[in-house]
Design a protein around this ligand. Structure first.
Ligand code: GZL
Length: 322
């Protein structure tokens, strides 16, 4: 197991503490001090997302924060509509997990002009203007891709060549872009080659369909690198339907470490999982309280994450929270 990656990459911003004032100059928080948060979630596409939503909803309840929650069904226009609605409702803080990296500047400028602070959770945005959000709370996806690639490099010592097919996450999404980048960096100059990559949109059905196509097009696949457990579980179905043994004839590496993925790992159908921690709720609510109170927060807060082999999965499964 890679050592625990516990870091809080706090690139603390140098400018003065945020005074989170509503357009009327109030200091944020309702008359009775209750904070209202608008949260625009990506959707319900995977086991990871379900756990992430549960964590946010439970944490809001525990923190006494009123949560207005929207599910965008993986559509950026729905997230933008939800953010605009939160601005209209004059919430005290907006948080969201951007389904893709680009196309947010206009709506985030509207929130900034309304004096409503924004927190990015889980996925980042690609914007020149870092003043559009107060902080990013989530994972280092490039590091996740590196961990996956490093495991395969060690696992492939002595092999003449290793042929990988890649199940990519949602096109344009930070985890898809960065998990690919990190993996490619780790296998650079080795005997490992990505022979095909295609998006399965982070869903189990998407992973199964793409894997069926890969199996038809290639009879020499050694490894599947899947950007999340759900697409990896879909790939297992396709591999078994093709009469091959997942985890043996074709090795599988995934990212997330949700319960279903960890069970497949313990059963030997997946060979290695890089954890992506969805339990961001409590940290999100603490950050929101600080921001609404006008306190300074780090510009980037990373969560604790691990990696798991088959033996390690069997060990932790009984106590796993998600
Ligand atoms: C990663 C998250 C990804 C998960 C997928 O932080 O955005 O989206 O890896 C989920 O399971 O769909």
């Amino acid at each position: 197991m890679f050592r625990k990656w516990v870091t809080v990459a706090a690139a603390v911003t140098l400018f003065g503490a945020l005074t989170a004032c509503g357009s009327d100059g109030s200091s944020g928080g309702g008359d009775d001090g209750t904070i209202t948060m608008g949260f625009a979630q990506v959707g319900a596409e995977s086991g990871w997302r379900t756990a992430n939503t549960k964590s946010i909803q439970e944490a809001a309840e525990k923190a006494g924060i009123e949560l207005k929650f929207s599910d965008a069904q993986q559509k950026q226009e729905n997230q933008i509509k939800a953010i605009r609605s939160f601005i209209q409702q004059r919430v005290d803080v907006i948080a969201f997990s951007p389904v893709v990296e680009t196309g947010w500047d206009t709506v985030l400028l509207e929130a900034k002009r309304a004096g409503i602070p924004v927190i990015l959770t889980d996925r980042a945005i690609d914007s020149e203007d870092e003043s559009l959000y107060e902080t990013f709370l989530g994972s280092d996806f490039i590091e996740e891709g590196r961990k996956a690639g490093q495991w395969l490099v060690e696992e492939s010592e002595g092999e003449s060549e290793v042929r990988v097919v890649e199940l990519e996450g949602t096109t344009g999404a930070a985890p898809a872009i960065d998990r690919h980048t990190g993996f490619v960096e780790a296998i650079e100059g080795t005997n490992i080659e990505i022979i095909a990559s295609q998006t399965g949109d982070f869903t189990r059905s998407g992973g199964k369909q793409v894997m069926e196509a890969f199996l038809k097009a290639h009879d020499d696949i050694d490894v599947v690198y899947s950007h999340n457990d759900d697409m990896g579980l879909g790939a297992i179905e396709a591999i078994e339907a093709a009469g091959k043994k997942p985890g043996e004839d074709i090795k599988i590496i995934t990212v997330d470490a949700v319960r279903d993925g960890m069970q497949a790992l313990a059963d030997g159908k997946i060979n290695f999982i890089v954890e992506c921690n969805p339990l961001l709720g409590d940290q999100l609510m603490e950050l929101a309280k600080k921001i609404v109170a006008g306190e300074e927060v780090p510009k980037r807060v990373l969560v604790e994450e691990d990696t798991f082999t088959r033996e390690e999965a069997a060990e932790v499964l009984p106590d796993r929270q998600y």
